[in-house]
Design a protein around this ligand. Structure first.
Ligand SMILES: CC(C)(COP(=O)(O)OP(=O)(O)OC[C@H]1O[C@@H](n2cnc3c(N)ncnc32)[C@H](O)[C@@H]1OP(=O)(O)O)[C@@H](O)C(=O)NCCC(=O)NCCS
Length: 149
């Protein structure tokens, strides 16, 4: 069972507060969102066709964010973010595992994602949750990964 709940408008400012600068924004969202990150950008991103935005609470505290976007029979996982004060406790792995479970509930047969090559923590999570490199052309600093469900 997925631990995620649908993101609400009230969650957005908290999530924006976890992104302190342009470099952190790039790590979180790649090139599509621009600094300074605004609530409008977050809403527009989640309003894209097939997109749904999710958050994770632990002990009633908002700690994580992810977005799932349906693309045919696959789901694209993106916008993965953990509250900087809560990192290194296994929450990122819990969030990604829950997002994969949610994608399965949505009927997807595969989860795709892109990760910065220079993001060892995220890459470790994806690799240990069964994602493998995908033969997809990416920007030179990014790696595409995929997992069948
Ligand atoms: C990436 C992110 C989600 C990880 O969240 P987290 O809660 O700290 O992650 P976890 O504690 O679940 O796990 C981190 C794993 O990476 C490992 N790790 C951390 N830093 C590492 C490093 N420099 N090199 C190798 N592994 C590293 C940890 O050891 C842990 O693996 P383990 O449990 O097998 O020991 C979080 O750092 C974050 O929000 N970063 C900014 C946004 C981002 O990068 N999003 C991903 C976009 S693709």
């Amino acid at each position: 069972m997925s631990e995620l709940r649908e993101r609400t408008t009230a969650d957005v400012d908290t999530v924006i507060g976890w992104v302190p600068d342009a470099a952190a924004l790039y790590r979180f969202a790649g090139p599509r969102l621009t600094w300074p990150l605004t609530a409008q950008q977050m809403h527009d991103s989640a309003a894209a066709e097939g997109a749904t935005a999710w958050v994770m609470d632990v002990e009633q505290r908002l700690v994580g964010h992810a977005q799932l976007t349906r693309c045919g029979d696959a789901v694209r996982l993106g916008r993965v973010l953990i509250d900087p004060t809560q990192r290194g406790r296994g929450l990122g792995r819990r969030l990604v595992a829950s997002a994969v479970e949610r994608a399965r509930q949505q009927g997807a047969v595969r989860v795709d994602l892109s990760v910065l090559a220079d993001n060892p923590a995220a890459r470790r999570i994806y690799a240990t949750l069964g994602f493998t490199p995908a033969p997809v052309q990416e920007a030179s600093d990014m790696i595409a990964m995929t997992r069948n469900l």
